[in-house]
Design a protein around this ligand. Sequence first.
Ligand code: FPP
Length: 236
Amino acid sequence: MSNTPSIPQHIAIIMDGNGRWAKQRGLPRAQGHRAGAESVREVIDACKELGVKYLTLYAFSSENWNRPAAEVSALMTLLQKFLQSKSSDLMRQNVRLQAIGQLDRLPNSTRRTLDKIIAETANNDGLTLILALSYGAREEITAAAKKIAQGVLEGRWTIDDIDAPLVSSQLDTAGIPDPDLLIRTSGEMRVSNFLLWQISYAEMVIVDRLWPEFRQGDLFDAVKEYQRRHRRFGGL
Ligand code: FPP
């Protein structure tokens, strides 16, 4: 696929189905997450190849803290190992790492690794990879509402200054264009508290495949579906 104007600038993915993938094989859930990390490598490579500018991955939701402690801990360790093993690739691939969500809730060691690689890759200007970690859209919008209320109280804004661009500027994603394409795997038709404000106009593509089975070709297919829809509506 070549880099045409109809390549989505920003793709967001709800990576679902790791647990089911493991269960189908009689494996522990953590094994499903490990296999899911391989799919993360695949989609980063696919986005680089297509010339996508932003890729946001829903890696850990605010609600995921309610999972058994062993699974939470396995996910945090996996995330840290993934980042450590991937850091030189990210530099080589000119990928800038960013994160959204309540990062102060992450274990210290995971947070330190994340901050280190965010700082190391800050000047890369190829793909921006945004990990949503301890992320929930309602929490994000609530925090933005508080910041705006505080700003009004302190006289930085009046009530009439509050408009959609101001709200956007107070979200974790400030400065990042809204997703054009939202992909969810494992056939579920839910948004699950992901980027509720930002996906207002995103095209949604639901893929039946479980996340650990998702490969570069599946991302290319989702982009083709996006382009097909765009061609249909582009002239209106
Ligand atoms: C959903 O599957 C997936 C998650 C809760 C975690 C996503 C994490 C990864 C893909 C691996 C690590 C991430 C990075 C960025 C390296 P599920 O457990 O809800 O699956 P189920 O619905 O089948 O139980």
